[in-house]
Design a protein around this ligand. Structure first.
Ligand code: FAD
Length: 379
């Protein structure tokens, strides 16, 4: 007999585990289907940590969602009995006329976010690891920035969802789904067929395999991250080193203090601009990847450019405007999608989980997700 649920969630990475958690805690019967193991390393949410920052240069309308994300991360930490968010402060900037500095300042002013503007000298005085930036650099310093323990947070969402009664099955790739005549959905895996009133698709880099209309709208890209041992580790501690997102000559870079792994973690957004198929990704990092990363550290964080600890590949899934895609499908409104997180989505997993639960239970959400509508690409 076909098993039936209120909601099926496809993909139990960052977004899907949060969605299953919120749905189950609302008393919905939830089936979560994940193609790989729990905490696998083939998608977008592994690599231990993810930055969270409030003065959001990408667009001011992310700020209310961020405020709710922070609340939900704190609630999840309390629920899990462990600290999942570590606050370090954040710096965002680059050239004073550049998009990152201007955008962060605009978001801070518009939303009354306490902040300070620092020049390169003041940045270096307060945080001496930031030693190599051009004198013209300007940053928005903001106290709430920090990082999330991304893999621990997925575990916390999964444990919470199971405790609330969700049925989560791993190593169960979904082969297809289809709307049913009664307005629900039918989902097929190698193990069988399942039906539900609602479907939530949180498939990360594989979203376009399940939703063909995302073909050119959610494009996977190889992203490489490095961890180098600082030669002066005392400058890279959580209490002395804020997370950063800084524009320099060759692009936007982001990084973290040393935490757990004994290395300064950093990367360039859109590393080497390599779109790829998530099932065909070279997950090892090579000498060219390492050289690019090391050149940045040597120039801008010279005390952070010691021996390599780890390099790893992960996947961005980019939308054309780099804003998220969170919507119901127009031709199948019982299906909601969350995709195209464009390298900056993790910090929102907690609130996206809540939004997906809203869309699946009520067909609407109190959160403003107007920026993420699918039809913005139809014009
Ligand atoms: C290197 C790197 C650094 C980043 N840094 C930051 C940061 O500092 N801050 C930040 O906010 N964001 C950051 N991001 C972005 C953020 O990590 C992603 O936006 C987020 O993790 C996306 O989560 P997701 O749930 O969409 O994808 P995933 O976590 O990949 O989950 C999708 C899941 O769906 C499963 N799935 C797919 N198809 C099927 C199927 N047919 N059947 C069953 N299961 C399926 C997959 O196996 C996978 O587990 C970074 C991303 C990368 C790669």
């Amino acid at each position: 007999m076909t098993e039936r649920f209120d909601t099926i969630v496809i993909g139990l990475g960052g977004m899907g585990s949060a969605s299953a958690y919120h749905l189950a805690r609302r008393g919905r019967s939830v089936l979560g289907l994940e193609q790989h193991d729990l905490l696998h390393r083939y998608g977008s949410s592994h690599g231990l940590t993810r930055i969270i920052r409030l003065a959001y240069h990408e667009h001011p309308s992310y700020v209310p969602l961020l405020r709710r994300s922070y609340e939900l991360w704190h609630a999840l930490s309390a629920d899990a009995g462990e600290q999942l968010l570590i606050t370090t402060g954040s710096v965002e900037g680059g050239d004073e006329n550049g998009p990152t500095f201007r955008g962060a300042l605009e978001a801070a002013l518009l939303h009354d976010i306490p902040h300070e503007v620092l020049d390169a000298n003041e940045l270096r005085r307060r945080h001496p690891a930031f030693a190599g930036f051009e004198p013209s650099t300007r940053v928005v310093w903001q106290a709430d920035g920090g990082f999330l323990l991304s893999e621990r947070a997925i575990l916390a969402h999964v444990r919470g969802a199971l405790a609330a009664g969700a049925d989560l099955r791993f190593r169960q790739p979904v082969r297809s789904w289809e709307p049913t005549a009664d307005g629900g959905v039918r989902v097929t895996t190698d193990a069988g067929t399942f039906e539900a009133d609602r479907l939530v698709i949180t498939a990360g880099p594989w979203a376009r395999t399940l939703v063909p209309r995302l073909g050119a709208l959610a494009v996977p890209e190889r992203q490489v991250v490095g961890w180098l041992q600082p030669t002066r580790p005392e400058l890279f501690t959580v209490d002395r080193f804020p997370v950063f997102l800084l524009d320099v000559e060759d692009g936007s870079w982001y990084g973290f203090p040393v935490h757990d792994v004994p290395g300064f973690k950093f990367a360039r957004y859109h590393h080497r601009g390599e779109p790829m198929d998530p099932d065909d990704l070279d997950r090892s990092a090579n000498a060219e990847d390492e050289a690019l990363l090391r050149a940045f550290a040597t120039r801008y964080f010279p005390d952070g450019a010691g021996p390599t600890v780890m390099l790893g590949a992960c996947i961005f899934t980019n939308s054309p405007d780099e804003h998220f895609i969170v919507d119901r499908l127009p031709d199948a409104p019982q299906v909601s999608i969350a995709a195209g997180f464009s390298g900056h989505g993790y910090k929102f997993c907690s609130v996206i989980g809540e939004i997906m639960a809203d869309l699946a239970t009520d067909g609407a959400t109190r959160h403003d997700i107007g920026l993420f509508r699918l039809d913005r690409f139809s014009a």
